[in-house]
Structures are given as structure tokens and as C-alpha cells.
Design a protein around this ligand. Sequence first.
Ligand code: NG1
Ligand code: MG
Length: 497
Amino acid sequence: MANNVPVPTYDSLDRIYDLKSLAKQGPRYNSLVEKFTSLYGRKPDFIARSPGRVNLIGEHVDYSGFGVLPMAIERDVIIAVATTDKDSKVRIANTNTKYEPREFDFEGKDTIVTIDSTKHEWSNYFKCGYKGMLERADNLDKPKGMYLLMDGTVPAGSGLSSSAAVVCTSALATIEANKLPLTKQELTEIAIVAERNVGVNSGGMDQSASVFSEQQYALHVDFVPQLSARLVRLPETQPPMAFVIANTLVTADKFVSGPRNYNLRVVEVRMAALFLSKALGLPQPVDTLKEVYDAFAAQQNLTESSDVVKYDALLDRIRTIFPQDSSNGEGYSLEEVSDMTGLPVQTLKEKYMTRFPVETDYFRLIQRTHHVLTEAKRVVEFEQVCTKSPADTLEQLGAIMNASQESCDKFFNCSCPEINQVCDIARKHGAFGARLTGAGWGGCTVMLTSESNVPTLIEAIKEGYYRQKFPDLTQEELEDAVLSTKPGSGSAVFTGF
Ligand code: NG1
Ligand code: MG
């Protein structure tokens, strides 16, 4: 089989794909090429690929303007593509027969293609990438017709960003089919905007991780002053490290429970930023805790100091700055927030609670601020341990992940009993650290362990969690629920088969 592995001859984005991981995927690529050939009666011209991602550290800090540290996982989306000059039709099929084949036409340079975001339709995600790319291609009157076959291994709806993987792959397939001269930076920017066509206000972490990641590296993604990403090498540890991802299978739909969780958190951290800018006497009122952090550092002449020093100074300073609430530590009422920020209740409602619905009696500004600042500091510390790579790297990284989980649970209240249970099992079976990843309130956990302990850890979670709580899962469902992964490489194109 090894000889059959498609050998990448070039990569439109100036990247050489690592042959080791390709060899592992060889049979899957071969099978995709075979299926494609029998479906369309011709061989594909190339295969485009983009992976899913997991966030290693930095939870619920992105919308406060702080950087995060995700990595690509090995699970991915691959699309085999053949092009034609005869028409500008797109025919798309999926190896998973659950997703029926679709066909659509290029609708001209203005519309490109209509996307009905009210329908939960798999091909919409392909259309997003296609449309996003062709909107950029000014002097392309007639795009190539395309024959496509998609194969995805990122479990859908599990917090591993299968959506970004599809959109990035389809955008890449469209670039390559039409030989558009674009960089990875442009691919990422377009994919971020494009995904909004399916009605999700996506932030940028997912697409950046899917496009830019490299094997052995995590990716530090910053959001201000603009989106930027930088590779962070994961150390070669002794024993070698591995990550395990386990889905609690508890679904927390942001659209349903958002008013009490995700959307409310976004509001709480913004209210906290506004209050702190006044209480600290900063030059102007600000909207995010990152702006508070920067302005406070400037005020204290700490601009040249290290991030850790700045975080500690701010955390120390705000320890006594919040007033007592009248609810015994439950949080502030809207009236209290009004007193603290100087904004009338009506203005608060308009500013924070109209665009996205929010339902709550109390706003827990102290706890949320504490989480965000300590978590942002943990991103810095995690990166420092990776760079310095001390003898006890695994223990140190694990401790940071555990501290993140505790903070998410106690201060940000975004964990849930099932996440806590899976993390407990993991720590008892050889995980150095375990935490929720993504928004929380269900969804996935990520744990750090040694490569050799992966089978033991996975078996312990199957036995202690899934077999008790979800005894009816099929083998395939189990394989999608708990999986081991290493930092994988990002978007790439393969040709030459
Ligand atoms: P998930 O649940 O992985 O999609 C969400 C947000 C992220 C970030 C995390 C919490 C979306 C699309 N994603 O991630 O931007 O805020 O929660 O760290 O809303
Ligand atoms: Mg998504």
C-alpha cells in the first residue's frame, strides 16, 4: 500500500506536507481517489485538506481581546477535486451517505451562489468557502466547473470545529481549481468572513488553527490590533507527550442556552471592563479587559515589563476595587451595575442586552474578571514552559491546564458535572492535566498525557464514563467520542496520483 500513497508534488501555498502523517493516511487517500474515479469516471486533479482544532489553553478570553493557544488535530476534511472548462457547475458528493450529493451553478459575479442559511444543509459549508473565494477573484468571469468528493473525520457538533475545517478546505479547493494567487493569510481571512454566511459570528481562532498549524506546534492566535498567528513549538518531552480529546456528549447549544451562559459571559466581561476603566482612573472608558490591561500597564509605567508582571500587578490592584454586592456574593443586580458604571439601567439594557438576549438576575463581574485575567496569564505561562522545556514540562503544563479547569468551573461557571467527572477520571489514569475546551457547559475535554498511556486513559474514560452514561453507543460513535491526537499540520493541497 505504501507505494500507492499519493506523493505531493507541489503545494499551492508554498508548504511541504510531512510524508510521515501522509503515509498514515495513505489508505484513506487511496480509497478517496478510487471512489472518486468510480463516481465521476475520471481521476481527481488534486486533494485539498484542512483539519479540525482543539484549544489547549485560553478559554473565554478571545472576546476580551486576549490571545489563545489552539492546535490543529489530526482529524480533518479532505476533498478530491477535478475541474472542467465545459461549464461552471459544482457537483459535490460525500463519502458519508448521510450527506446526499448536491449540484449548483455559478450564479454570476455578483451573487456567486445563493446560500440559504435558514436550512441546516451540509453543502452550505462548501458554498461558504466557494463564495468567499470567488468574491475575491475580481478578474475571473467564468470559474471552472468542479467535481468534488468530500471525506471528513472531524466529528460534527463536538467542539472540534468541523465547520471551519469544511469551509477552509472548500476555500482552498476553489483557490486551487481556479489557480488563484492567494496566501495562507488571505485564505484564513476569507474563510473567517465566509463562515458568517451560514449565520455564525465566528471569531477567527478556528480558521487560523485549521490553516496555519504545523506538526509539533501549537498556534498562538492574537485578535488585536488585528488577527495574527504565530507558531509555538511543543517541546519534545520524555516520555513523549500526547493529547486525548473526550466529548462529554452533553450538548450546550449556544443558540438555546446562550442567554444564560455564553452571551451573558460576553456581557459580564464587557461590564467589568467599563467599571474597571472608571475605578482605575484610566484615560477613557473601554469595552474589553485587554484594553484595561494595556491602559493600566501604561498608567503604572509597566509597558516594558513582562506580561506576567503586568497581569500580577493588575490582579493585585483589583483585589479590593470591586464594591460589596447586596446579594451575598451572588453578583451585582442591574441597579448595582448602573451605580458602578454610571450608566442608567435603560442604557445598560440597550447597550448590552438588546442585540443578543441575556437572562439573569445577577452579574458576577468579580469572578468573571478573575477568570479572564488569570486565564490570559496562563496562556503566557503555558507558552513559556513550552519554550523553556524544563525537566518537568509535562507536570507544569498539566498543572496549568488543571488550574484553567478549576477557574472555568469556579469563577467562570462554564463547566458541568460531566466535564468535571471526565477530568477526574483522566487525572486518576495518567493525565497530567485535563480541562474543558471550547465554550464548555458540555462539549469536549482535552487532556495531556504520555504517548504510552493513551490506551489506558482512553479505556478508563470508556469504562468510567461512556459505558455508564451512554451504554448504547456504537463502536463508531465511541471512536468519535474519545480520540488521541497530536498537533497536526494545517491546510494543504496534494497532487500527483
Ligand atoms: P467553541 O465552543 O469551541 O465554538 C466558543 C467560541 C470561541 C471561544 C470559546 C471559549 C464561537 C464560534 N466560538 O468556542 O470563540 O470564545 O467558545 O473559549 O462562538
Ligand atoms: Mg464552528
